[in-house]
Design a binder for this molecule. Structure first.
Ligand code: EPZ
Length: 435
């Protein structure tokens, strides 16, 4: 099985360019089928979750072009009314955006219930509540499909019971061509919610307020062609910021929107890193041992849950006791056992991790339990003394483009191998370099 072999101990130094945002791209690619004209999407990251969604879009009859690694053209004129379902689509979370897109355009949809990272119960009651408020009948069909359909969709006033990125996005898509105005209260404010709204508006939608907690969608008759570039990935950028800090490095992260990274920059400064900011880049410099802090995950603009494992890895090496509270997902500390194998001192009590910083980690054989935790364990291995093996890297590849290549360009020693032979070769190469 493919895995990473990592030799830790090198400070990461240099410049790394960030890809387009995976979670924005999932929503935008799904929404692009809503026009009968050709839509061109640029800055799409080349990661496995995106490839799966594109396959699903193609399988229902959309014409998909892929003229460049990061560009897709999508024409939804000939979509057939087939269920969106296959073994792969059941594994990704972003599949549920096909419900909002198909329901919004055709007034009916049948999509396999979503999978995604195992980070706790992930109900979709708020999505369903929104679709119903717009006039749709929603039910679970045979074979684990979610069906939604209506004669006509109409605008509605929807108050979300909790801040949900996915539900906000799905309801926006379903409401775009509904008759009248929809108001989504307590909406999510994440950058990818705003990116989707900007994209839909570029196709002729009338959405106001995205980025605040009240979004107004005035229904339009149809959506037209557009060309759109996806925003940079806030979480990929943050991951490299923490990698720089954990290895006591000096990394400039380019193609970012610094505003989207404020909660991350603020925490890094608080624990002793230097951050330099320009229009579309951030430099992170860490010298010496960092200090403890406490952090609680919150919806944007709070500290993102998708950065929780990465900051925990860093705080595991910082001086003093840190407390990390996970308030979005119920089961996002599965990586802690793996990190303890590397020498971390962490106690988990409910949704809180109490971290006693250690001087250093040591290399170990570990498993990535999900996407972001997998990336965090790679950071721990890069900072550790000795060699680590990281298994289940298919999770990491769901959301990080060229992860080993980018880390190697910064001086990290990480090689993806697929056999014992390759692993031995990688280790010999590390040993030769060390001589
Ligand atoms: C999105 O998931 C992201 N996924 C997640 O990224 C991210 O962690 C999360 O937002 C929070 O920022 C995609 O964009 C594909 P939510 P989503 O609906 O939309 C509860 C990654 O690593 N909830 O904002 O599924 C829910 O259980 C992934 O890239 C309900 O109870 O998250 C959670 O506790 C992992 N009912 C909270 O709300 C609902 O109907 C927030 O979930 C919907 C959500």
């Amino acid at each position: 099985m493919e895995h990473y072999v990592v030799k830790g101990g090198n400070a990461l130094v240099g410049e790394v360019e960030i890809a387009g945002a995976k979670n924005a791209a999932l929503a935008i690619l799904a929404a692009s089928i809503m026009s009968d004209e050709t839509v061109t999407i640029e800055n799409v990251p080349d990661v496995s979750d995106i490839r799966v969604l594109v396959q699903a879009i193609e399988s229902i009859g959309a014409r998909v072009g892929h003229p460049d690694r990061h560009v897709y053209t999508i024409n939804g004129a000939e979509i057939k009314d087939l269920p969106v379902d296959n073994a792969l689509i059941r594994k990704i979370r972003g599949s549920y955006y096909m419900i909002g897109a198909l329901l919004g355009k055709y007034k009916h949809a049948q999509v396999a219930l979503p999978g995604g990272c195992a980070i706790g119960l992930r109900p979709i009651d708020q999505h369903i509540k929104g679709f119903k408020a717009l006039g749709a009948d929603v039910r679970v069909l045979k074979g684990g499909l979610l069906g939604a359909g209506a004669e006509n969709l109409h605008g509605a006033h929807i108050y979300m019971d909790m801040v949900s990125v996915g539900a906000t996005i799905n309801i926006m898509m379903a409401a775009v061509m509904a008759r009248g105005t929809t108001v989504i209260e307590n909406a999510a404010k994440e950058p990818h919610v705003v990116d989707l709204a900007n994209f839909l508006n570029s196709m002729g939608a009338r959405i106001k307020g995205a980025g605040t907690d009240v979004i107004r969608v005035s229904g339009v008759e149809r959506l037209h062609a557009a060309e759109y570039a996806i925003i940079p990935d806030q979480i990929e950028a943050g991951t490299y910021m923490f990698a720089a800090a954990a290895t006591k490095g000096d990394v400039t992260i380019t193609n970012v929107i610094p505003k989207h990274l404020e909660s991350i920059s603020a925490k890094l400064k608080e624990i002793g890193c230097e951050i330099e900011e320009s229009d579309d880049a951030l430099r992170v410099v860490a010298t010496g041992r960092l200090k403890q802090t406490n952090v609680k995950t919150l919806p944007y603009p709070g500290f993102p849950t998708d950065m929780q494992p990465q900051i925990a890895v860093l705080l595991g090496l910082s001086k003093g006791t840190s407390i990390v509270t996970e308030s979005i997902f119920e089961s996002r500390f599965k990586y802690v056992d793996e990190l303890m194998k590397m020498g971390a001192h962490i106690t988990v009590e409910g949704n809180t991790a109490i971290i006693d910083g250690v001087e250093g980690y040591t290399g170990a054989s570990i498993n990535a339990p999900d996407l972001r935790a997998g990336a965090a364990l790679v950071i721990a291995s890069l900072a550790a003394d000795g060699i680590s093996e990281i298994h289940d890297i298919h999770f990491v590849e769901r959301g990080y483009e060229d992860f080993p290549e980018k880390l190697r360009s910064l001086g990290g020693e990480i090689i993806k191998v697929s056999s014992e032979e390759e692993e031995e070769k990688a280790i010999r190469r590390f040993q030769l370099r060390a001589v």
